[in-house]
Design a protein around this ligand. Structure first.
Ligand code: NI
Length: 194
């Protein structure tokens, strides 16, 4: 298994059914609790352990999910209220290295994600018919529909939650002291997994 993609890469079939969209909305609704469960009980050292060699720490992953989903929520609102708005990309690697991403307790972003997803799910639940085909324009990737965005971000939440749960499995295999060595090397940058 490629440790960067514990649940596989995102795949888009080109269209979706009402049932699939309901399923993805359910996954977005479940993400805050799933992510909270995934980090629950980890020590400070474990939170600052990269989920893979050269990857983000658990703390960076949690703050990244908040950063990413805040950006995406704004893109969804823009797509609904403007005609094919061009959105502003951001450098997720650099965002994961600003001091807040390295130091703020995970619980702050878990609460943020909880509130954000309550808003986001309400927005997704309100969409009907042609609204699913509304687009925003990414300067490099071109037009992206809300339908595709829903599927992508349902995957994205599960993708990063799995990074944490897979790390937990390896820490359990290494024993209770695991996590100390990795923090000493400061290998907390270089994530490339979104
Ligand atoms: Ni990501």
């Amino acid at each position: 298994m490629d440790p960067r993609y514990p649940i596989g890469r995102f795949e888009w079939a080109g269209s979706s059914t009402d049932e699939q969209r309901r399923h993805w909305i359910g996954e977005i609704a479940d993400l805050p609790a799933a992510l909270r469960d995934a980090v629950d009980g980890l020590t400070a050292q474990q939170l600052d352990t990269p989920y893979r060699e050269g990857g983000w720490t658990v703390r960076q992953l949690v703050h990244h999910v908040a950063d990413s989903h805040m950006n995406c929520y704004a893109r969804c609102k823009l797509a609904l209220t403007e005609e094919e708005p061009t959105i502003k990309p951001y450098d997720e690697k650099l965002w994961a290295e600003t001091p807040d991403s390295l130091a703020v307790p995970c619980d702050v972003s878990l609460s943020l994600i909880d509130a954000l997803h309550t808003r986001w799910v309400a927005l997704w639940m309100s969409l009907a018919g042609e609204q699913w085909a509304r687009n925003y324009r990414h300067p490099e990737r071109g037009l992206t529909s809300l339908e595709t965005t829903l599927a992508l971000y349902a995957w994205h939440g599960r993708h990063h939650t799995a990074h944490v749960t897979e790390l937990r499995k390896s820490l359990e295999n290494l024993g209770p002291a695991a996590g100390h060595r990795q923090t000493a090397g400061g290998a907390r940058t270089g994530g490339n997994d979104s």
